[in-house]
Each structure stands twice: as C-alpha cells, then as structure tokens.
Write a new protein. Structure first.
Length: 281
C-alpha cells in the first residue's frame, strides 16, 4: 500500500513529531535540528514557521491555548499571546529533547537523548501541568514514539536502537509489565515515531526503512506504506475526520537525499485516528 501525497514540500533536516491541533484545525510538526515549529492548514494551505532558540524535540497544543515545547534544556510554554516561559528547565550538557506525547490525563511524556546517542544517556519523563517532573525510564538511548491504546490501559514506547516496539500496562500515570509488541527485523530500519488508531493498532515510522507499518494490538504486521524516502520519522492522523495519515521525514546524514526527503507527506483516508488530548499545563 502507498497512495501518499506531498502535503508540504520542504527540506527539513530532521522533520518530526506531526500532531493534529484540533482547536486550530492545523497540523503541527517540527524540524528538530533546524529549531523550527511548522504549522500547516490542509484546508487553506496556509503554512507558518516559528524558529525556536534551541533544538526542539516536540510540540503539542495546550488545553488553555498556546503550545508546549520539549526543548533541549527542558519544557517550555508558548502562551496564546506568543510569549515564552519555562515550565521546567534542566540543562544537561550533550543531551537534547526528542519525541513526546500527551497522555489521556493531559500529562506530557517527554523523551530525551544524547547527541551522540550513547546508551543510557536518555530518559522518558512524565510532566504534569504544574511542572512536576517524574523520570519514568532513566536509562534509554534514543527515546522515541509513545502512545496509548484507545482505553488508555496500554502504553506503547520505542527506544529506537532496541529495534522494538514495547508495550506497558498503564494505570493513572504508572507503567508496569514492559514487554515487546513487535521487533523490527534487520535490514528493515529502526522504529522511530508511532501513533495509535481507533482500532488500537500501532502505526510505526521506520528510520532507514522507507516505510510506515501498522501492527495490530496482538503485534501482527497487517499493513505497510512504502515511501520514497529512507528516513521516515513519525506519523499522526489529522484532518477534520482524523482519517489522513501525516508522515514526517528527514534528510540529515544522507549523502544524496531524494527529492522529498525532509517533506511532510500525507496518505489520505489511511485509517481512523483517535482525538489527541491537549497538555494540561
């Protein structure tokens, strides 16, 4: 299966983190290494770009308006008037922010990693709306895709070098029982970002795999979307009906990037997404 279209032709170094902002009717995505937050309205075609002062790992809408940013040095807030403030600042030399996701209770689960991708140099932390931070996983390499089942009782998580999509039991912000849902075979790339659909299936972007895969809740691979770029980074459902799958891509590290590397792609009518909660802060 393919059927992709180009939503935004771009040359992002490390396009990542597509997120549907339902209140604004737009798709948010970022260029981590370009320190840019992108907005795209699929109805009008309007595009916006905001440059951040440091590398940005993720951007999500806030319940009261504005955005929350997973930044190199911590968690930042953009207020509706476009002013910036830190919610939590924690400078760790050699470390940066990476992927993040908002849980059903409105908490932000924010990942970090070392620039050199050293094992154990990254974390996954739960950040509540008042800025309380709890390190849930203290010993990861490249913290990436995070998502929850439709009933919120499962959390899916990717530490990319493990080649696994893991699943935890989730209850009131606590996770237990970590186990593999799926393992990406050698030669098929590394799992990166993920999203969960209304059927509880897990869609996984494959870095150096040139594809997005869908796994059932039992870990069975049942769909593959082949793409014209090797470095596929993340995916999310968007559009008014949450049926279009938006896919971010990267060109960093490629000697001869293909023409669409770094662009935002979309597969119309790929499936049925879940409404995503906004950050409670």
């Amino acid at each position: 299966m393919s059927g992709y279209e180009v939503a935004v032709r771009a040359e992002a170094a490390l396009g990542e983190g597509p997120t549907w902002d339902a209140a604004a009717g737009r798709l948010l995505w970022i260029d981590i290494l370009g320190s840019r937050v992108h907005g795209y309205d699929p109805v009008s075609g309007r595009r916006t770009v905001r440059t951040t002062e440091q590398h940005v790992g993720a951007v999500k809408p806030r319940a009261g308006g504005g955005l929350v940013l997973n930044l190199r040095d911590g968690i930042g807030l953009l207020d509706p008037d476009d002013s910036f403030r830190w919610l939590h600042r924690e400078v760790v030399p050699g470390r940066r922010a990476n992927d993040a996701a908002v849980a059903p209770d409105g908490a932000l689960w924010a990942g970090t990693m070392r620039y050199d991708e050293a094992p154990g140099g990254g974390t996954l932390s739960r950040v509540t709306g008042d800025g309380t931070v709890e390190v849930v996983l203290p010993d990861v390499a490249v913290s990436n895709g995070t998502g929850w089942s439709p009933d919120g009782r499962r959390m899916y998580y990717i530490d990319s070098p493990t080649r696994r999509v893991d699943v935890f039991d989730h209850d009131a912000g606590r996770v237990t029982g970590r186990r593999p849902l799926a393992v990406i075979e050698d030669g098929a790339g590394f799992p990166d970002g993920l999203t969960v659909d209304a059927d509880g299936c897990v869609w996984v972007a494959l870095w150096d795999g040139g594809a997005v895969r869908r796994y059932t809740p039992d870990g069975v691979l049942d769909r593959v979307i082949e793409l014209p770029v090797p470095r596929v980074t993340a995916c999310a459902f968007g559009g008014a009906g949450l049926t279009d799958l938006y896919i971010t891509t990267a060109r960093v590290g490629l000697d001869s990037p293909p023409p669409l590397a770094g662009s935002l792609l979309v597969v119309p009518g790929a499936g049925q997404g879940l409404p995503q909660p906004a950050f409670a802060g």
